[in-house]
Ligand binder design. Structure first.
Ligand code: ZN
Ligand code: FE
Length: 256
């Protein structure tokens, strides 16, 4: 299988996975780059996966479905363009000969889902929308800090080799914040150097992996002593795990 990050808008990635004949696309906020890629590679679009209802993830769904007849799968608890097959945590689907498991990951939006495949050419693969980014996580628009923390805990528990296909190229900004939180994390400093190089070469910093994110992403590390200490220095009243996570998210919101 081939995995391609199609850039869209300012900093979105529309993930395209294909076997040389059939393709699936994740969160197509814009149909144009997907149409262009399908034409260039001679692919038929079999399936569209949607993680949550935001326009930058759904804007191209109708045009792509009408042009291709692709089946659309999306979150049961959110409004996305009809018709689609509604999915919730624990559901499974088989597309392009691959088995995907649906995970409920509320927090960024109330009904956000993620798609996890245990074996794509021998390694796991995760499409996580705006829940987990490299070095960061989504803003809490509809859910609660407790929900987003639980969602990120579930993603962190996936196999370390899982490739993380997030929907935005926010990595460098996230890593600048992460370094402020954990100035002594050498894995983080190494990763930032690599990502700066990749962006300078015009390449995506994604996919990341769960193993890497557990080493460098402060939002997967809020219970680590160094992270908790830094958050409490910034927000002294953060006294339990959820409060520390909420204060970390708030600190990032205000970080320039
Ligand atoms: Zn979003
Ligand atoms: Fe988004």
């Amino acid at each position: 299988m081939d995995l391609i990050a199609l850039p869209a808008f300012e900093d979105n990635y529309l993930w395209l996975l294909h076997d040389g004949q059939q393709a699936l696309v994740v969160d197509p906020g814009d149909a144009a780059p997907v149409h262009a890629a399908l034409r260039r590679l001679g692919l038929r679009l079999a399936c569209i996966l949607v993680t949550h209802h935001h326009g930058d993830h759904t804007g191209g769904v109708t045009a792509l479905r009408e042009a291709s007849g692709a089946t659309v799968y999306g979150p049961a608890r959110e409004r996305i363009p009809e018709p689609f097959t509604p999915l919730a945590g624990g559901d499974r689907l088989r597309v392009l000969g691959l088995d995907f498991e649906v995970l409920d990951v509320p927090g960024h939006t109330a009904g956000h889902i993620a798609f996890f495949a245990r074996d794509v050419d021998g390694a796991p693969l995760l499409f996580c929308g705006d829940t987990l980014f490299s070095g960061g996580c989504g803003r809490i628009f509809e859910g609660t800090p407790a929900q987003l923390l639980a969602s990120l805990d579930a993603l962190a528990a996936l196999p370390p080799t899982t490739r993380v296909c997030a929907a935005h190229e926010y990595t460098l900004g996230n890593l600048r914040f992460a370094r402020t939180v954990e100035p002594d994390n050498t894995a983080l400093a190494d990763h930032e150097r690599q990502c700066l190089q990749r962006r300078a070469d015009g390449r995506p910093t994604l996919p990341s992996t769960i193993g890497l994110e557990r080493a460098i992403n402060p939002f997967l590390r809020s219970r680590e002593a160094a992270v908790t200490r830094a958050v409490r220095a910034h927000s002294p009243s953060a006294n339990d795990a959820v409060a520390v996570f909420a204060a970390l998210r708030q600190w990032k919101n205000e970080f320039r």
